[in-house]
Design a protein around this ligand. Structure first.
Ligand SMILES: Nc1ncnc2c1ncn2[C@@H]1O[C@H](COP(=O)(O)OP(=O)(O)OP(=O)(O)O)[C@@H](O)[C@H]1O
Length: 579
């Protein structure tokens, strides 16, 4: 391996070894099982020698010994072979499980900005498929080493024993061989890397088409998608072929070099034999052993391509594992929160954005009151919620909860204080009950209460399995309004002091609107309610309405106060009323 490659792969190998270490006993036992298996190998010719040697003589052992010994021998070999395979797989499957767990952990910890660029397909591939592939690709060569490497080593020792000078000489081709292996490996690494990236591209295409199947059908885009898929699949195929070609070159090239070495050795051995009058027997033994060693080495020269490929794939996994984690430096924990929220001179600029989404913003959400945020699209309303939940850090200014800067709080403690219904509703492919009581203990009475308040109780009663009916991928078995109300029920179930409702731009159905109104009324005066409204009718009764524009508060007041002011809010109301 070249220095560059070695320095690149060493840390990867070290980290992979970290996943195998807890199960090293499995590796040790696997090696012992294969050693035992190898140990039984000479017993076969030994037995045959005895059968032929004594079996025909008159004082021969009882005939029954033959099946007894042979069957026992093969039963033992079977047992060792089975144990070897089983123990190796035990080690591999356990290491894969830990590897996957660590990758999933990284996803759970990843910073919010990671998810703006990470495709779900890529994440699935790296967490689910790749660890298995990496470990399998590494365990294959390990088996070969045990099966071919051990006998090869024995043969090398025997060669030294026969003629150490010649054996040493036979190693002259080693540098040439290792140069070839290096070149081939470099190529495999490059092409393997390209194949891997192309494969992720392909996975993401499937991911897109599965998620957007309605759009694809509506736009009659099957041909368009088919062509795109074909292009990506073709890319994978070409790169995979190039990787395989590089791998396939490794054996013939090393053999060619070996043949040069071999002919050299034969000539030298012949010369030596002629000069020193060494016997034909010794010469033949040496050449046979050398040929046997070469044939064993042939198997071993195929070891590197899968290892190189495994390293390429593992690197992708480790990159995911090393994604920046969400910082959580706060240590304070608030027990009882009133729900007073304030932002002071807050500026937020998303990475790569040209201008700030929030600009020196000062805003207050009073405890126990309903505060509404209105304003044109892109004004920064959702960004406020983003900051409140600490999915982003303000570039400047402070966000306070009950007077405490939220940076001082543990993130879990901060987020516990919020129940959020966001614009884009996310449901799990789980039962209605599991979606509502998500990650919380299931309480039938609370479930009923939340479902009734969200105007879903009657609907759920009619479902085939009631509360246990599975809602499909992202709630695909429900209507848009039902999905929205399920999200509301989830927020209601979570008894948090601050309730955030980010209204979807699309109009709610009447049923959902009633559900929202009821939830707002139920909690008005008892919880801090933050409502981002697109339809101004939703928030008429709010204690304070903030009108936002370009990351700032333009005007604030009650519905009547703002109408009387006849500013931006009044203009919005007039526009919505079609005046
Ligand atoms: N992850 C992001 N990366 C870069 N820019 C972003 C990101 N999220 C939002 N923005 C930008 O920040 C600005 C404010 O967006 P925000 O979602 O807060 O607006 P909004 O008032 O909630 O809009 P809407 O009413 O359409 O939901 C917009 O210009 C938007 O393009």
């Amino acid at each position: 391996m070249s220095d560059e490659q070695a320095s690149d792969f060493k840390p990867i190998a070290r980290r992979l070894a970290g996943f195998v270490m807890p199960y090293r006993m499995g590796v040790v036992l696997t090696i012992l099982a294969y050693l035992a298996l190898a140990g039984t190998e000479p017993l076969i010719p030994y037995l045959i020698k005895n059968v032929f040697g004594e079996g025909f003589s008159e004082q021969a052992f009882s005939i029954w010994w033959v099946p007894a010994v042979l069957i026992t021998l093969f039963a033992l070999r079977g047992l060792f072979g089975f144990l070897g395979q089983y123990l190796l797989n035990w080690t591999v499957t356990r290491s894969v499980m830990d590897f996957r767990q660590a990758l999933f952990e990284a996803l759970l910890r990843a910073d919010a900005r990671v998810f703006t660029s990470l495709q779900p397909g890529t994440a699935v591939t790296k967490v689910v498929n790749d660890p298995q592939q990496v470990m399998s690709m590494l365990s294959g060569p390990m088996l070969s080493i045990l099966r071919d490497g051990l006998p090869a080593l024995a043969m090398l020792v025997y060669l030294f024993f026969l003629n150490w000078q010649l054996t040493l000489l036979s190693l002259v081709t080693t540098p040439a061989m290792s140069w070839v292996v290096q070149q081939v490996n470099k190529r495999i690494r490059k092409m393997g890397s390209k194949t891997y990236d192309a494969q992720l591209h392909l996975v993401n295409k499937v991911d897109d088409v599965t998620r957007a199947w309605r759009v694809v059908r509506t736009f009659d885009a099957a041909e368009h998608e088919r062509a795109a898929f074909h292009r990506r699949a073709d890319d994978v195929q070409r790169n995979a072929l190039k990787t395989a070609a590089a791998g396939a070159l490794s054996q013939p090239l090393s053999q060619l070099i070996a043949s040069v070495g071999l002919s050299l050795i034969i000539c030298l051995a012949l010369l030596q034999a002629r000069q020193t009058q060494t016997g034909v027997g010794e010469f033949a033994a040496f050449i046979t052993a050398l040929l046997l060693l070469t044939s064993r080495l042939r198997h071993l020269s195929d070891l590197l391509p899968p290892i190189t490929n495994a390293m390429v794939i593992a690197r992708g996994c480790l990159q995911l594992m090393d994604l920046p984690a969400e910082p959580d430096s706060g240590s304070r924990v608030l027990d009882k929160v009133h729900g007073e929220v304030e932002m002071r001179d807050v500026t937020l600029q998303y990475p790569e954005a040209e201008r700030p989404a929030l600009n020196d913003l000062n805003i207050q959400f009073k405890a126990g009151q309903t505060t509404a945020l209105v304003g044109s699209s892109g004004a920064g309303k959702s960004s406020i919620i983003h900051l409140l939940l600490a999915f982003a850090e303000p570039g400047k200014g402070q966000v306070l909860l009950d007077g405490v800067p939220i940076g001082e709080l543990k993130k879990a403690n901060l987020r516990q204080q919020f129940a959020v219904v966001s614009q884009d509703i996310v449901l799990f492919d789980a039962s209605v009950a599991d979606n509502i009581a998500y990650a919380q203990p299931r309480d039938e009475a609370r479930l009923e209460q939340a479902l009734r308040a969200a105007h879903l109780w009657d609907f759920v009663q009619e479902l085939p399995q009631g509360l246990d009916t599975v809602v499909g991928a992202n709630g695909s078995k429900l209507s848009g309004g039902q999905r929205q109300r399920l999200a509301i029920a989830r927020a209601l179930y979570r008894d948090a002091p601050i309730w955030v409702f980010d209204e979807a731009t699309s109009a709610l159905d009447t049923e959902s609107e009633r559900a929202v109104q009821q939830a707002l009324e139920q909690w008005q005066g008892r919880k801090t309610l933050i409502v981002i409204a697109h339809r101004l009718s939703t928030i008429r009764a709010a204690d304070t309405i903030h009108v936002m524009s370009q990351g700032r508060v333009l005007e604030s007041g009650t519905h009547t106060g703002l109408l009387a002011r006849d500013g931006a809010y009044a203009a919005m109301v007039r526009a919505q009323n079609g005046e």
